[in-house]
Write a protein that binds this ligand. Structure first.
Ligand code: ARG
Length: 604
C-alpha cells in the first residue's frame, strides 16, 4: 500500500499548503511536513493518522481542534482524498483519523495477487536495466585455516536474507565473501607445512580441516616457542609477499582445504556467495598510503602510520588511531578494508560501481568499521549519494546465558550444530507421524526434517533483534508453537491444503466478484497489505526481524480468520472472495520464507 500512502501524503501536503500555511510560514512547512501522515497507532483509529494540527496549533498559537475542522474541510474538497478515504474524523485534542475506502483495499488485494512480488514495488532506480544500482553485501567471511564459528553463521544467515531483500527490490546485488586469506599468520602456517610435508606438498590434500585447525594451533605453538621457526616464518611472509612460487603453492593448498569445508556449510544452508578474499586487494594497498599521505590525513606515530579518529577516544580520552601501516611495514585489517571500500565504489572495470556497501559482522567490530568509514569519508572515497552501513549483531549464547559450548565444554562446530537440529526435527516428525498413524516415505522424512531443522536455526537467528545477544535453544526454535519456523511452515501447509483441495490456482480466482463483510476478513486484508511497507523499511534499517514479526502476526491473523470464518460455506462469491485471501496469504508467506532463506513445504 506504499503507493497509496504516498499519493495520500502528497494530497495532504497540497491541501495543507492551500488552506493552513500562511505565506510567511512557508519555510517552516518543510520542517512540518515530515511524517505528515503516519500509520494509525491502533487499528480502531483506521489506517492512518495525521497529527499536524497539534503541531500547527503551536506555530499559530490557536486551538488544534479548530485548525482540524478547517483542514478537514479543505481535505474533503480534494478529489484524490475523497476517492481514497472513507471519512476523516477528529479524535482527541485534534488528531485526524483516516480510513481507506473498502473498494480501494479490494483493488489492492486484486493487484497484489497478480504481482509476482505480492505487492512489493521495485525500487525506483531499478525499473530499467541501465540505471540499476549495485548493492554489495559483505557477509560470512570466515578465516582460512580456522574453524567457521557461530558468529560467522549469524553473519551468513543475516547477510543472505538482507541480500535477498535487495534482490527482490530489483537491485544488482553483489554478495561478497571477504575471507581472511592473507596476513602474517601464513608465514608460520607455510613453514610448518613445509617442515611436515617437505617430501610431497600435495599430501596436504589428505589433511581434514579439523586437523587444519589443530595444524594452526601446532604452528602457533612452535612460533611462540621456537626461535629458529619464528625466524623462518618471518622470512616466509616476505617470500609469500614477493610471490615465490613454492610459497604461493603452499598458500593455495591451505586455502583450498579450508574452502572445501566452508562450501559444505554453504551447501547445507543453501547460500550463494562469491569469494573475494583479503588477498585480492593486495595490489591496491600501497596507493591507500599514498593517497592518505597526499591528503595529509596520515600521521606518523612511534614508527607506525596512522590516522587519528575524530570523536573516538580511548580510556584516557586521547583520540584513537586507525593504524594503516605498522612499524615493520606490514599492512593491517583496516588497510585492506579501506582498499576494498575504494575498489567497491570505483567505476568499472577497476571497481564494482557500488552505490551502497553493507558489512555484516558481530558488534565487536563496530569500532573498526566506524574508524574505516570515517577515514574513507575524510579521504573522499565515498562518492556522493553512496552509502556504507555496518550491520552489527550480538553474541550467540547457550540457554545459561554463557558462551555456546558442547556438554564437554568445547566450542561447538557449525557442522555438528546444524546436523543436531536436523536430527531433532526428524525425531519430532517421527513422533508426530506415529501419533497420527501416518506413513511417509524415507525421502519425505529426510527432506522435511532438513527443511525444518535448517529453517528453525535460520529463523531463530533472524527473528531476534540482531543487536541483542541471543540464546540458542533447540527446544524453542523447533517448537510448533510461538514465533518459530515450524509454526510458520505449519500455517503455510494448512493454507496450501485449502487451496489445493479447492483447486484454487491464482488463475482460477474470479477477481471481479470479490466482496467482504466479516471483521476478521478486513483484519486479514489490512495485514496482507502491510507487506510492502515492511520490506521497504528493512531496506532502510536492515532489520530482518521486522519481517519475522510481521509473518508471525500474519499467521496469527490468518489462523483466527480460518478458525472463525467459514471459508467454504456461503454463496460462490463469498467462497471465492475468501479463497482469494487464502491464496494471497500463501503467496506472501512463501515469498517471505524465501526472503529469509527458508524453504517451503507442501506437507509436513
Ligand atoms: N574475517 C573477518 C572475521 O572473521 C570478517 C570480515 C568482515 N568483512 C570485512 N570487510 N572486514 O572476523
Amino acid at each position: 500500500m506504499q503507493v497509496i500512502f504516498k499519493e495520500l501524503t502528497k494530497s495532504f501536503e497540497e491541501s495543507l499548503l492551500e488552506s493552513l500555511i500562511k505565506n510567511e510560514k512557508k519555510e517552516e512547512f518543510e520542517k512540518i511536513r515530515k511524517n505528515l501522515i503516519n500509520q494509525a497507532s491502533k487499528e480502531e483509529f483506521g489506517d492512518y493518522q495525521c497529527n499536524i494540527c497539534l503541531v500547527l496549533s503551536k506555530v499559530y498559537k490557536s486551538n488544534p481542534r479548530e485548525i482540524a475542522i478547517a483542514f478537514i474541510k479543505t481535505l474533503k474538497e480534494n478529489k484524490k482524498i475523497s476517492n481514497l478515504c472513507e471519512n476523516l474524523e477528529i479524535a482527541g485534542p485534534g488528531f485526524i483519523n483516516i480510513k481507506l475506502k473498502n473498494n480501494i483495499l479490494i483493488e489492492e488485494i486484486k493487484s497484489n495477487i497478480k504481482c509476482p512480488r505480492a505487492g512489493v514495488p521495485l525500487s525506483k532506480n531499478n525499473k530499467n536495466n541501465h540505471s540499476k544500482k549495485t548493492v554489495i553485501v559483505d557477509f560470512s567471511s570466515p578465516n582460512i585455516a580456522k574453524e567457521m564459528h557461530v558468529g560467522h553463521l549469524r553473519s551468513t544467515i543475516i547477510g543472505d536474507s538482507i541480500s535477498k531483500i535487495f534482490e527482490l527490490r530489483g537491485y544488482n546485488v553483489l554478495r561478497l565473501n571477504h575471507i581472511g586469506d592473507w596476513g602474517t599468520q601464513f608465514g608460520m602456517l607455510i613453514t610448518h607445512l613445509k617442515d611436515l610435508y617437505s617430501s610431497n606438498l600435495k599430501e596436504i590434500d589428505k589433511i581434514k580441516i579439523s586437523d587444519l585447525v589443530e595444524f594452526y594451533k601446532a604452528s602457533k605453538k612452535r612460533f611462540d616457542n621456537e626461535k629458529e621457526f619464528q625466524k623462518r616464518s618471518r622470512e616466509e611472509v616476505v617470500k609469500l609477499q614477493r610471490g615465490d612460487q613454492k610459497s604461493i603453492e603452499a598458500w593455495k593448498l591451505l586455502c583450498n582445504q579450508s574452502r572445501k569445508e566452508f562450501d559444505q556449510i554453504y551447501k547445507t544452508l543453501n547460500i550463494k556467495i562469491k569469494e573475494r578474499g583479503e588477498s585480492f586487494y593486495n595490489p591496491f594497498l600501497k596507493s591507500i598510503i599514498k593517497d592518505l599521505n597526499y591528503k595529509e590525513i596520515l600521521v606518523e606515530d612511534q614508527g607506525a602510520k596512522c590516522v587519528f579518529l575524530d570523536g573516538m577516544t580511548n580510556k584516557e580520552g586521547n583520540p584513537l588511531p586507525l593504524i594503516i601501516q605498522k612499524k615493520d611495514g606490514g599492512y593491517n585489517y583496516a588497510t585492506t578494508d579501506l582498499a576494498a571500500l575504494r575498489y567497491r565504489f570505483n567505476k568499472k572495470p577497476d571497481g564494482d560501481n557500488a552505490s551502497r556497501i553493507i558489512y555484516v559482522t558481530d558488534h565487536g567490530q563496530s569500532n573498526h568499521f566506524a574508524g574505516v568509514f570515517q577515514v574513507a569519508k575524510r579521504a573522499n572515497w565515498i562518492p556522493k549519494d553512496c552509502e556504507v552501513n555496518h550491520v552489527p549483531f550480538g553474541l550467540v549464547q547457550g540457554i545459561d546465558g554463557k558462551k555456546l559450548k558442547t556438554r564437554e565444554g568445547d566450542t561447538i562446530k557449525l557442522k555438528d550444530l546444524l546436523s543436531e537440529s536436523i536430527k531433532r526435527a526428524k525425531k519430532d516428525l517421527l513422533k508426530r507421524l506415529e501419533s497420527e498413524s501416518r506413513f511417509e516415505t524415507n525421502e519425505f522424512i529426510l527432506n522435511t526434517s532438513k527443511v525444518i531443522g535448517i529453517g528453525a536455526v535460520k529463523y531463530a537467528d533472524l527473528s531476534q533483534n540482531r543487536i541483542t545477544n541471543y540464546q540458542f535453544s533447540f527446544e524453542k526454535m523447533l517448537s510448533l508453537n510461538g514465533n518459530t519456523a515450524p509454526y510458520l511452515l505449519y500455517t503455510l501447509v494448512r493454507i496450501s491444503g485449502i487451496n489445493r483441495k479447492n483447486n484454487m490456482t491464482e488463475e482460477a480466482l474470479k477477481l471481479e466478484s470479490i466482496t467482504y463483510s466479516h471483521d476478521l476478513e478486513w483484519k486479514l486484508i489490512r495485514k496482507l497489505l502491510k507487506f510492502d511497507e515492511v520490506i521497504i523499511s528493512i531496506e532502510k534499517d536492515l532489520m530482518p526481524n521486522r519481517l519475522c514479526n510481521y509473518l508471525f502476526e500474519l499467521c496469527q491473523t490468518f489462523n483466527r480468520f480460518y478458525d472463525q470464518v467459514p471459508i467454504l460455506k456461503g454463496d460462490m462469491d463469498t467462497k471465492i472472495s475468501r479463497l482469494t485471501l487464502c491464496a494471497l496469504t500463501e503467496k506472501t508467506l512463501k515469498l517471505s520464507l524465501k526472503l529469509l532463506g527458508i524453504e517451503s513445504l507442501e506437507r509436513m
